[in-house]
Design a protein around this ligand. Structure first.
Ligand SMILES: O=C(O)CCC(=O)C(=O)O
Ligand SMILES: [Fe+2]
Length: 348
């Protein structure tokens, strides 16, 4: 079921909370390339077949040159991806009052449903999101229960999120092993730190249509602060990645997953791979949906680059920190109108 654009906007509550605000230009965008709407570009993200050979080298070169790549042959069944997308669409199409039963402001303002204010630093982003705590033990059921779905639908929603996120968590760990191999390290240089516990969030993002899409953004430019982010699209484009000073639009391909490096992983690899700025556009006619798994280590994990990644040509770039310091740093900079990389405060 897809509702008409006016109903989708009404169910998002965005008009009531902000009106059709003029989001652009803001300071951030003045410092960056213009708002090139779906510009035709010869660049496409690197695509990696996870069944192919020399995976470590491919993953490292994508993480070094782009900070972003897409994967196929990832082993997650297309039916599961479709089921998850269908549940997410149905969730966002619920009336606002029902979504607000699990409002983020009722918890610690982080997990739960809400518009973007608490999450993306930028209060004017034209998006809704539902954040679910995924680890140490899945808390998905606790969040979804509050929505008050019919029992069978509730079970299937939770089952789809749990099945998907346990698979994407394994994929994220596997990709850290490929980065380690590609950098000439022991495969478990990073992944051994994930054995006991990790901290991940699964977020459903929904971008309702906007009557004047060139005057707003779905999500403002930012980098992610974790290890790896795994993003599932539907068919509507919107994600843009900053590459060599230009915004590159990612063409959604429903069976592939988009992966990006987070700030913490950049620091852990002593800057050999990079976490890059990205943003999302909206359009006038169709809602856009993404499901994003933010994979991170346990809060006490110390982020110390392996000795083999530090030498005269690559001096240590960041001081060691516990992952929870990174999270604190994010809380500190959240709410500022201009995105500030949290890594700045760890630079040596
Ligand atoms: O929905 C998208 O395309 C981007 C989402 C994103 O960057 C985020 O949630 O951090
Ligand atoms: Fe992001």
């Amino acid at each position: 079921m897809t509702l008409p654009p006016e109903r989708i906007i009404q169910n998002s509550g965005l008009l009531q909370t902000r009106g059709l605000v003029t989001h652009m230009p803001n300071e951030m965008d003045l410092a960056l390339p213009s708002h090139n709407m779906f510009s035709a570009s010869s660049h496409t993200l690197p695509t990696i077949d996870l069944h192919s050979a020399h995976l470590g080298e491919q993953v490292v070169s994508a993480c070094r040159d782009w900070g972003f790549f897409q994967v196929h042959n990832h082993g997650i069944p297309p039916e599961l991806l479709n089921r998850l997308r269908a549940h997410a669409h149905c969730f966002f199409e619920l009336p606002l009052q029902q979504k607000e039963r699990v409002a983020a402001c009722k918890s610690n303002n982080f997990y739960g449903y809400g518009v973007s204010k608490a999450r993306t630093y930028f209060p004017n982003d034209w998006m809704e999101a539902f954040d679910m705590e995924w680890t140490p033990i899945s808390r998905v059921r606790r969040h979804v229960q509050q929505v008050g779905l019919a029992h069978a639908r509730y079970e299937d929603f939770c089952g789809a999120v749990e099945d998907y996120a346990s698979k994407t968590e394994k994929l994220a760990v596997r990709l850290t092993e490929q980065v380690a191999l590609g950098l000439g390290l022991d495969a478990t240089a990073f992944s051994r730190h994930f054995e006991e516990s990790t901290t991940s969030t699964v977020r459903m993002n929904y971008y309702p249509p906007h009557p004047n899409p060139s005057r707003t953004l779905g999500i403002s430019p930012h980098s992610d602060f974790n290890i790896f982010t795994i993003l599932l699209h539907d068919t509507v484009p919107g994600l843009q990645v900053l590459k060599d000073g230009k915004w590159i639009t990612v063409k959604p391909s429903p069976d592939t997953l988009v992966i990006n490096v987070g700030d913490t992983f950049q620091a852990w690899c002593n800057g050999r791979i990079k976490s890059v700025m990205h943003r999302a556009l909206v359009n006038a006619t169709e809602p856009r949906l993404t499901v994003v798994h933010f994979f991170g280590p346990h809060p006490d994990t110390m982020i110390v680059p392996p000795a083999a990644l530090v030498d005269n040509d690559n001096p240590l770039r960041y001081r060691s920190f516990a992952y929870k310091e990174m999270v604190e740093q994010i809380m500190h900079i959240r709410g500022k109108s201009v995105f500030e990389s949290p890594l700045t405060s760890f630079l040596l």
